[in-house]
Design a binder for this molecule. Structure first.
Ligand code: AVJ
Length: 323
């Protein structure tokens, strides 16, 4: 059985896009939150990114999950698997298979901002797992945590390294909120991309085929369509850089010329100087010890940690503790 619940209606989405764009494009330096990449086209481009030779996180995480899904199922005895930012839920099948064969699992609750990605995932999963109750929640993993079904025996999976889209203050707020919706003993399964050689990191965000550049420019197309703006996406070039001090990747769009953009829906004109950069994403990279500390500070104990032989990606299994 599968159903889709919407916590983000069109108006809600439109309002938060307007607010984010107004705030981000009138700030210095300019920035936009990464969640606006993911309309139907952006979600497809992201799926394409996950298959690129340079983009190691998805396949590395999948190999870790493939190897340890049985242990995750045994340790957690999950009754409900919740997945935040689930997208296509493709890697999740490894977890669902392991949890179902353990016999503990009754329901799966994927939550994502992209209704298109979520509804196809929910339909496919409903067919593939006829005995499982699948409830897709269209929502934002920051704002709609409290709308997740209550229960016990829940495992919340937050995979793919999406935690890296949050800067440290946002991470601690998010982990604290998540801890407060869980009962002691429930679990967080967290996928985190790890600090590594910039020679590996940068190409993962600046691939030779230019798919990431298209993904990055897609946010301008979303704003054009949703807010009646007149961005010329090709007047911006894709930039990926490694901030060694803060240990994060930044994606930016650099204006190729002096230009003005009109955003009709906001009644706003925005000037870009030649060379001016708009930050569109931060993607933080982690170290095991640092992540264990952040988890502990939010009321989670790191119980297990798995990574690949190259130590490129880490999967943490943390348990909500009594605080
Ligand atoms: C989906 C946030 C994990 O940061 O690696 C991929 C998004 N951005 N290429 C990431 C992304 C550029 C991705 N996350």
């Amino acid at each position: 059985m599968s159903v889709l619940e919407k916590h983000l209606d069109e108006q809600d989405l439109a309002r938060s896009l307007r607010d984010d764009v107004r705030v981000g494009l009138t700030a210095t330096p300019k920035s936009l939150p990464p969640k606006w990449f993911y309309d139907a086209r952006g979600s497809e481009l992201f799926e394409e990114i996950t298959r690129l030779p340079e983009y190691y996180p998805t396949r590395t995480e999948r190999s870790i999950l493939r190897e340890h899904a049985g242990a995750i199922a045994r340790i957690t005895e999950a009754k409900t698997l919740v997945e935040l930012g689930s997208g296509s839920s493709e890697k999740t099948r490894l977890l669902l298979d392991a949890m179902l064969s353990r016999g503990t699992l009754g329901s799966f609750v994927p939550l994502d901002v992209s209704e298109s990605a979520l509804s196809s995932a929910v339909d496919a999963l409903g067919l593939a797992y006829p005995g499982l109750s699948v409830t897709g929640v269209v929502g934002d993993f920051i704002r709609h945590l409290r709308r997740l079904p209550d229960g016990d025996g829940r495992v919340v999976a937050f995979l793919g390294g999406t935690i890296g889209n949050l800067v440290p203050a946002e991470r601690s707020a998010f982990l604290g909120d998540l801890r407060s919706v869980l009962h002691p003993g429930e679990w967080l399964l967290l996928g985190a991309d790890l600090v590594k050689d910039p020679g590996t990191l940068i190409p993962a965000y600046d691939d030779a085929a230019g798919v990431t550049a298209e993904f990055n420019r897609n946010v301008l197309r979303v704003i054009n369509r949703e807010l009646r703006a007149d961005f010329d996406p090709l007047a911006f070039e894709h930039v990926a850089l490694w901030d060694a001090e803060r240990e994060w990747i930044e994606m930016r769009l650099r204006s190729l010329r002096d230009q003005r953009v009109h955003i009709a829906e906001l009644d706003l004109d925005v000037a870009f100087a030649e060379g001016e950069e708009l930050r569109t994403e931060t993607s933080a990279k982690f170290r095991r010890a640092g992540l264990a500390e952040e988890l502990a500070a939010s009321g989670f104990a790191l119980r297990h940690w798995w990574s690949d032989p190259q130590d490129w990606f880490g999967v943490a299994l943390a348990q909500a503790i009594t605080t």
